[in-house]
Write a protein of this length. Sequence first.
Length: 685
Amino acid sequence: MTPGNELEPAIRILGDINASLIALDLEGYITGWNGGAERLFGYGSDEILGQHVLTLYAEETEDEADLFNHVISAGETTLEVKRRHKDGREFWVQIHLNVVRDEAGRPLRMVGFIHDISDQISDQIRSRLLASVFKHTPDAIVITDENARLIECNPAYLGMMGDQLPQLLGKVPGFMREEIGRKGANKITIDAHLQTMGHWEGELWLRRSNGDVFPAWLSLSAVHGREKSLLNYFAVMADLSERKAAEEQIFRLAYFDTLTRLPNRSHLFSLLEQALSEARRQQSSGALLCFNIAGFKAINDSFTHRGGDEILVVVAERIRSCLRDEDVLARFGGDEFCIGLFDIRQREDAAIVAERIMAAVALPYYIQQEEIVIKAHIGMSVFPEDGRDADKLINLAAIAMHRAKQGRQSALFYSSEMNQRSLARLKLSTDLHHALERDEFELYYQPQVSAKTGLICGAEALVRWRHPQRGLVPPNEFIPFAEETGLIVAIGSWVFKAACRQLAQWRQQGLLLERIAINLSPRQFSHRLVAELTAVLAEYQIAAEWIELEITETLLMKADEDISAILDQLHQAGFTLALDDFGTGYSNLGYLRSFPLDYLKIDQSFVRGLPQNSSNVAIVRAIIGIAQNLDLQLIAEGVENDEQAQFLASLDCHQLQGYYLARPLPVHEFEALPPTRILFEPKAA
Ligand code: C2E
Ligand code: CA
Ligand code: CA
């Protein structure tokens, strides 16, 4: 009999006591098993004896070799571990392991006393869990005594308040005091709620230890004891400042313009509706102003968008400075602003504000070290005469603004006559669409004359519209409109083709014309242009050299790589390129050099008043200087009398064009020009 076996009877004796006992050899094989163990684990001793103790483990993660070594050297140990019942159920046990030794002190075996501690453990786990929630939840939690003095709080609360526990213990927290404003609730209502319902929940302002005030959500409960006596207050709080900031950010993005921080278009409508319904109620009147910067595109082109943005910000500030607090200023998009004036007594009040705005906006701006001056147009509609809702008032003010722009006026009130005009525009657009199909366009030709010989050397083709009701419509009445709507592309194609056909026909008839000048709108500049034009040349067997293409300064100012490439291709194809209306754009003379130009056309506004008007004389001399410098030929437009013609000829201007020499003429009149073809006799220099 090994000494160990002497113990088996003892274990069996203990079999009936409630405690579970097992014996293990030094390798962990079960050698003893009492009734308690049988009840606890469900195995009978016949099943389990000789099995390894691992059979009882719930998890195989414990390192039993280490454990046994530890027990053997320490003599005993207590552990709380999970075990598995024969039916698979897991439960917590406390094991007290003892080592049994022989007289020489050599370890013989181990004996374990095992208690089921599942109930105890689940309580512990629960409270540990609660403690961990208390510790880790992002919500701030505070527990106070019945006098609202803090007895416990979690790290989230300390973090939120920026405080340490010792400073708070025993003190009444801010949310239980009166001094902090409570949104939608005051101490009296909160206390009343706590008394009747035992609970209050809502938003309020809290103050951090550094003095910052922030919005928070508070849920406050009173905890009562058995005799309904108040024991504690229990508060859970969430810091709303981040969420508020995010909400505000979303609101800002949706309703405010990011550049000027003004309300945007959609916000404007709701602000206006609000203000208008207030005005309706009070029977007061108001006005709506649409403000637009003239030629803003050119500013963007010359100063890049950054420069344009800088100006917009300053413009917004200047407009704002002319308004009262209750007036609404919004950015409508691009270079357009809307202004709502409320409680004005009469139209004149709105006009005065418009004037003030104009004056403020007209002051110089300094962008990229350059001083620039801008012009603007304002259209105004008046409430309630012109309309009663925001939508309508904005529309009417916009119509008035466009009208102001066309008439080069600074500010205009809407009038019903304008509406008629916009209806007329609508009709114009429909008619213009049909004009091409119905072949209602015609070309007139205006001679261009050599300043040296007086001989006709070319002609500019100028389009006319023979409208069935209105008769002959000059291009100024439909070309700008056609440019806006894009119809100019189709009209331009027609013009080019018609001019080429005419030139071919004249050549066949023996009417020799060095060149025909054809106007090209910037909108015609697409990658298809060169192929289209050269195809027409081929169709009529015309050399590109016989065609002069007149382009505008606006085209060159916005010229990107694509446009530059198209200009180069046109030049290479042999076309002559002329820059029309030279001097009227925002010109930066440097750009002239970068394009393959042949001619400059001096705008008629500079020719007018020659040679008396000394500033025009200076401008024309300067333009001639530039042309000579860049090796460009010059054509003067709008020559209306002999004095002008002689003066320009004396300045070495190459060609002249204008009513003095000939008006734009229909084909048969052009053909009937004097056979000598001399229209002007230059005085000998
Ligand atoms: P533009 O290209 O500057 O054409 C010259 C304009 O000045 C013509 O007006 C012509 O009739 C006018 N004019 C000529 N000599 C004199 C003069 O001595 N005194 C005055 N006061 N005016 C003179 P028009 O034909 O009414 O054309 C106006 C504008 O319409 C043109 O200005 C051009 O920008 C545009 N346009 C005309 N035809 C076409 C076209 O086929 N395509 C495109 N894109 N634009 C065209
Ligand atoms: Ca022209
Ligand atoms: Ca011109």
